[in-house]
Design a protein around this ligand. Structure first.
Ligand SMILES: Cc1ncc(COP(=O)(O)O)c(C=O)c1O
Length: 313
């Protein structure tokens, strides 16, 4: 297939049924599916939102391609990757503010794409990068901040692309549970809203690091990159979340490793967190319910284990 640019290859990511993560004896009762967003250029679901936020800013006349305007964004790295890719094609400069405890591999990849990196002091809290980016924005009002946590173009692209892709793949299947981690809340909001309409029996579960109570605005320092960033983001529609499940860093890390070894899936820690949460659902359902039909659980893989190689022994 020939594409005009890398940007045309965003989306249409595969959904993969996990083979070995659930006990074989439960095969007839449960299926866990993972929509593998690592297949996007830039290696994560955030390339979808990065390109959409830029397109939206261009539509509004805030950004003009090939003028060398500077885009400034606080990011854990994945949105930054998407912005850097889109900016390379569309002719923008990019400055990304990243917490200093986040993946160093990702920082190197971002530099390789031409982005300038500024590190924030992670000891100042989960939103240290957001706060520093705001200070830089005030000193440089000509910079354009896309502000993924507040930008409606973030959940919108998941309503327009990710959710319809899921509906097409599951047109003949139920989705009993949709399990998603929450950073900006963009994808759980966009996908969750559409699933609630089109698959009304679905239970939407948000995943949070153990110790955080996101819906109660309680945050605790943690190491699951990309999740629970210290504020309830504006784009998060809390009304579509039926409940939250907490997972520890250790559970997430172990599951990240299991997914590599057992399933051949190279995915990151938050993806591990999602599957760890899915297994908690399997356990609960087994204990509580008389099963009348096979339970389908859908979750997401966000980015690749390559960004977290330091965490493998
Ligand atoms: C690795 C990772 N996992 C999960 C998420 C959560 O995605 P969202 O911002 O759509 O809530 C992010 C967000 O940055 C992320 O980088």
């Amino acid at each position: 297939m020939i594409y005009n640019s890398i940007l045309e290859t965003i989306g249409q990511t595969p959904v993969i049924k996990l083979q070995k993560i659930i006990d074989k004896s439960l095969d007839s009762k449960f299926a866990i599916y993972i929509k593998n967003e690592t297949f996007n250029p830039g290696g994560s679901h955030k390339t979808r939102i990065a390109f959409n936020m830029i397109k939206d800013a261009e539509k509004q006349g805030i950004l003009k391609p090939n003028t060398g305007q500077t885009i400034l964004e606080p990011t854990g790295g994945n949105t930054g990757m998407g912005i850097a890719i889109a900016a390379a094609i569309l002719g923008y400069n990019v400055i990304l503010v990243i917490p200093d405890n986040y993946s160093s591999q990702k920082q190197k990849s971002l530099k390789a794409l031409g982005a300038k990196i500024i590190l924030s002091d992670s000891r100042k809290g989960g939103n240290s990068h957001g706060e520093l980016a705001m200070e830089i924005q005030i000193e440089n009002p000509e910079y354009v901040m896309l502000n993924q946590g507040q930008n409606p173009a973030n959940p919108e692209i998941h309503r327009l692309t990710t959710a319809p892709e899921i509906l097409e793949d599951f047109q003949n299947e139920t989705i009993d549970y949709f399990i998603a981690s929450i950073g900006t809340g963009g994808h759980i909001t966009g996908i969750g809203e559409i699933l609630k309409k089109e698959k009304p029996k679905v239970t939407i579960i948000g995943v949070q690091p153990d110790g955080c109570e996101l819906l109660e605005n309680k945050f605790f320092p943690h190491n699951i990159q990309g999740l629970a960033v210290g504020i309830i983001p504006k784009v998060l529609n809390v009304n579509i979340i039926d409940r939250m499940i907490s997972v520890t860093f250790e559970e997430s890390l172990q599951m990240m490793k299991n997914l590599s070894v057992k399933e051949g899936l190279s995915v990151g820690i938050s993806s591990g967190a999602n599957v760890a949460a899915a297994l908690k659902v399997v356990e609960e359902v087994q204990q509580k319910k008389q099963l009348h039909h096979k339970v389908n659980i859908l979750t997401m893989a966000y980015d690749s284990a390559i960004d977290y190689l330091d965490l493998f022994d």
